[in-house]
Write a protein that binds this ligand. Structure first.
Ligand code: ADP
Ligand code: ASP
Ligand code: MG
Length: 423
C-alpha cells in the first residue's frame, strides 16, 4: 500500500463529466489499496472568470487591500471543484472528504496573490486516510498567520500538490494534466515536439522558470527540496486503463542523471511572452549606476530578470533590463518620474512586445558551441537578438515577440528535438 497524491488541472476538472471521470480514476487507485489524497484546480476558466469580475468593478490601479479580496475571490474556484469531486467520489461509493486550505491548515506567507507555503499540518489528513477516506485538498490556496485566505500565484495547484506530498511523505505525486507528459517544447506550438520519458529535476526547474507552464516553478522547487517523486501524465486516458501501465506513463522527474539524458545536449526549449524590455539611455558611466536604477526598481517590489549594460561612449552608457509585462507601465513611470531625472539620463525607452526563448539541457555543461549554434540558427532566420543570458545549463535570448514561434520551431529542428534519442 502506498500513499499517493493526485493533482488534476483545470481542464481535467472542466465539466461534471470530467469530474466524474476523475472520481472513477481516483476510486480505481483507492480500490487498488492506496491511500489517496487529491488536489484539484478550479474548473477551467473559473479563475479567469472570477478575476475578470473584480477587474470589471475596479478597472483602475488596484490598491493593496484589493489583493486580499482577490484571494478571497479566486480561492472559491478550488473550493467548488474540491467539493464537487468529493460528491462525485461519494456517488462512486467511496468515503471522501474535502478541505479548503485553511482547514488543513496549509499555512502561507501573507503575500496575497503570490503567497509561499510555510508549513502544512498533516494530522487531520492522516486521521482521515487512516479511517479509509479519500482526502481532497483545494489547490492554489492557504491561510496566513492572521487567518486570511491567500493564493499561491497562477498555476499554484501544482505547488499545493507537491507540498502536500512532501508533508505527508507520499510515495509519489502524480500531476494529471491535458497533455501526456513534459515535452521537448510546448506541443501546442510545435506539433513535432516529443514527450520526454524522464527529465532531470534541474532541467525541469529551468524549463519551468523560463516559461514552460506545464509545472509551476515552485512545485519543482518543492519536489527538489523534499525529493518528492513526481510524474506528469494525462488525465484524458480512459479512467479504467491498467493501473500499472498508468503508473509508468507520462514523464518522470528524476533526481539523478541517467544515460539517456546525458546523450541529449539540449533537452527542451522554453519560451516566455510575459516579459517587457526597458532601457535607460545616456546614463553617466560611473560607480553606483546599476544600483541607483535597479535599487529603485527593487524598492518598488518589481522583479528584474535579464540585465545588460552597454560599453560606455563619451562617459555615457545605456542600461537595459526586463521585467514582467504586468509591471511594465509601473516600471517605465517610476524610471521616468524619479530615476532618470536624478541620474541625468537622456531617455527611458520600453518595448513590451518582446519574448524570451531559451534552450535547456544538462548536456550543455560538457559541450561547447551550443550557444553559438543557437545564435546561428536565429540569424539564418533573420531574427535579431536583443539580449542574451546564459547559465551552465541554459541559454536565453530576448527577441521580437512576432518571431517567437519561428524561433522555437527552428531551434527545435536544429537541435534534433523532433528525432527520437538514439538508444
Ligand atoms: P493544468 O490546468 O493541468 O495545470 P496547464 O495549462 O497549466 O495545465 O499546463 C499544461 C499545458 O502546458 C499544456 O497544455 C501545454 O500547452 C503547456 N506546455 C508548455 N510547455 C510544455 C512542455 N514543455 N511540455 C508539455 N506541456 C507544455
Ligand atoms: N486555478 C488556479 C489558476 O488558474 C491555480 C491552478 O490551476 O493551478 O491559476
Ligand atoms: Mg497548471
Amino acid at each position: 500500500m502506498a500513499l499517493i497524491v493526485h493533482k488534476y488541472g483545470g481542464t481535467s476538472m472542466g465539466s461534471t463529466e470530467r469530474i466524474a471521470n476523475v472520481a472513477r480514476r481516483v476510486a480505481k487507485w483507492a480500490r487498488a489499496g492506496h491511500q489517496m489524497v487529491v488536489v484539484p484546480s478550479a474548473m477551467s476558466g473559473e479563475t479567469n472568470r472570477l478575476l475578470a469580475l473584480a477587474k470589471e468593478l475596479a478597472p483602475g490601479k488596484p490598491a493593496t487591500p484589493y489583493y486580499r479580496e482577490l484571494d478571497m475571490l479566486a480561492s472559491t474556484g478550488e473550493q467548488a471543484s474540491s467539493a464537487l469531486l468529493a460528491i462525485a467520489l461519494q456517488a462512486e461509493g467511496m468515503e471522501a472528504v474535502s478541505y479548503a486550505g485553511w482547514q488543513v491548515p496549509i499555512k502561507t506567507s501573507s503575500a496575497y496573490t503570490k503567497a509561499r507555503i510555510d508549513s502544512i499540518d498533516d494530522q487531520r489528513v492522516r486521521a482521515d486516510l487512516n479511517a479509509g477516506k479519500v482526502v481532497i485538498i483545494t489547490g492554489f490556496q492557504g491561510v496566513d498567520e492572521g487567518g486570511n485566505i491567500t493564493t499561491l500565484g497562477r498555476g499554484g495547484s501544482d505547488t499545493s500538490a507537491v507540498a502536500v506530498a512532501a508533508a505527508l511523505k507520499a510515495d509519489e505525486c502524480l500531476i494529471y494534466t491535458d497533455v501526456d507528459g513534459v515535452y521537448t517544447t510546448d506541443p501546442r506550438i510545435v506539433p513535432e515536439a516529443r514527450r520526454l520519458q524522464t527529465v532531470s529535476f534541474e532541467e525541469m526547474l529551468e524549463m519551468a522558470s523560463l516559461g514552460s507552464k506545464v509545472l509551476q516553478i515552485r512545485s519543482v522547487e518543492f519536489a527538489g527540496k523534499y525529493k518528492v517523486p513526481m510524474r506528469v501524465l494525462s488525465s484524458f486516458t480512459a479512467w479504467d486503463i491498467d493501473i500499472t501501465e498508468e503508473a509508468k506513463s507520462g514523464t518522470l522527474i528524476t533526481f539523478e542523471e541517467d544515460d539517456q539524458m546525458e546523450q541529449a545536449v539540449v533537452s527542451g526549449i522554453a519560451f516566455n511572452r510575459d516579459e517587457a524590455k526597458i532601457s535607460v539611455l545616456g546614463v553617466p558611466d560611473k560607480p553606483g549606476i546599476a544600483f541607483q536604477i535597479l535599487g529603485a526598481v527593487a524598492e518598488a517590489n518589481i522583479e528584474v530578470d535579464m540585465i545588460i549594460q552597454n560599453v560606455s561612449k563619451d562617459g555615457k552608457t545605456d542600461f537595459s533590463f526586463t521585467v514582467h509585462r504586468n509591471e511594465y507601465v509601473r516600471t517605465v513611470d517610476l524610471l521616468k518620474e524619479k530615476v532618470a531625472p536624478a541620474l541625468g539620463a537622456t531617455d527611458v525607452l520600453g518595448d513590451p512586445k518582446i519574448c524570451k526563448v531559451s534552450i535547456v539541457g544538462i548536456g550543455m555543461r560538457s559541450h561547447v558551441g551550443v550557444a553559438s549554434k543557437m545564435f546561428r540558427v536565429l540569424s539564418e532566420e533573420g531574427i535579431n537578438i536583443q539580449m542574451i543570458s546564459t547559465s551552465e545549463i541554459k541559454t536565453s535570448v530576448v527577441i521580437d515577440e512576432k518571431y517567437m514561434e519561428l524561433a522555437v520551431r527552428s531551434l527545435h529542428r536544429a537541435f534534433d528535438l523532433d528525432q527520437p534519442i538514439a538508444a
